[in-house]
Design a protein around this ligand. Structure first.
Ligand code: ADP
Length: 294
């Protein structure tokens, strides 16, 4: 299934008829030809979100969410506070299971074709494949080294050579190695806020996930640290599928390939980021990105 460039509030037959329209443009790939861009933006689907409704108790927070998330692209979720961005993000690795009274009340979410809400799914295994980075960096009160290997130790890995290799690979992957290589065994809490957030990214990639979910990863960072994390996101998509929630539209414009705009628990529009920010199909999207509400 190709991404639906006109995905909006529409009935299922209309949506089904439109799902094979290719996406035509992309901000971060400005130097690519139109054909190359289209091919890249229609990379294989990794996550199929199919007609998902979600409830917090009696309160329905997501309504009929339906779109694919594609491999090795950055997909940004934007929209005003309370529109369901984080709720949907947390559905993708079942983090909402930790909140009492919540349920996916309709539809399904499939990763590589497997329904992640099926009773046979091992949630720990799922969260290994679908890592998460939170708004506020949350390093453990341990050394830099122990933070990175935390997930591996939980998996029972204790071989020093393997752990050392994972630490260097993950810290390099998180663009932090050069800054911390001489202080691996000092407390992670001594790092700057931006370094701590990159450490959390290193911790997420140490267990070699396929997908990384980021919930406003830069909202607590200063502009310089934000640039570093955005550059890192750009590099990480070589190897990972990334989904990022951001309330910062410039950030969505800078670092995502695809942008999904939500309003009041509904997907209003999803398209190539360049299209969303220059020529959105829906008036609500245009009103939001031009600052008329939200
Ligand atoms: P966003 O990330 O777009 O700001 P959220 O996903 O946090 O939006 O919230 C979507 C809706 O779900 C809101 O109405 C919010 O009040 C509700 N909600 C979010 N988290 C909880 C929770 N833990 N318990 C009950 N309702 C929640």
């Amino acid at each position: 299934m190709s991404i639906n460039p006109d995905a909006t509030i529409m009935d299922e037959p209309t949506r089904a008829a439109q799902v094979d329209k290719p996406v035509s443009s992309h901000t971060a790939a400005a130097s690519l030809s139109a054909a190359e861009k289209s091919t890249r933006l229609n990379s294989p689907t990794v996550i199929d979100i199919e007609n998902v409704d979600f409830h917090y108790g009696a309160n329905k927070a997501l309504h009929g969410i339906h779109f694919p998330i594609r491999e090795k692209l950055v997909t940004a979720f934007i929209g005003p506070s309370g529109c369901g961005k984080s709720t949907l993000l947390r559905c993708l690795n079942r983090m909402n299971d930790l909140i009492d009274g919540t349920r996916v009340s309709a539809g399904s979410i499939k990763i590589s074709g497997v329904d992640i809400y099926h009773p046979s799914v091992d949630v720990i295994e799922l969260r290994k494949r679908v890592g998460m980075v939170f708004q506020k960096s949350n390093p453990f009160p341990k050394s830099v080294y122990e933070n990175v290997v935390y997930g591996l130790r939980l998996q029972g890995v204790n071989d020093k050579v393997r752990l050392d290799e994972a630490v260097e690979r993950s810290l390099r992957g998180a663009a932090l190695w050069e800054e911390v290589r001489d202080r691996l065994h000092t407390s992670a809490l001594g790092l700057s806020g931006g370094q701590q957030q990159r450490l959390c990214i290193a911790r997420a990639i140490a267990v070699e996930p396929e997908i990384i979910l980021m919930d406003e990863p830069c909202s607590a960072l200063d502009p310089i640290a934000t640039v570093k994390v955005e550059e890192l996101i750009h590099q990480l998509k070589q190897n990972y599928t990334i989904v990022i929630v951001t309330h910062n539209m410039q950030q969505a414009g800078r670092c995502s390939d695809i942008t999904a705009f939500f309003y009041m628990g509904r997907l209003i529009e999803i398209d190539a980021t360049e299209k969303i920010f220059t020529n959105p199909s829906q008036k609500q999207t245009e009103d939001y990105i031009s600052g008329r509400f939200g």
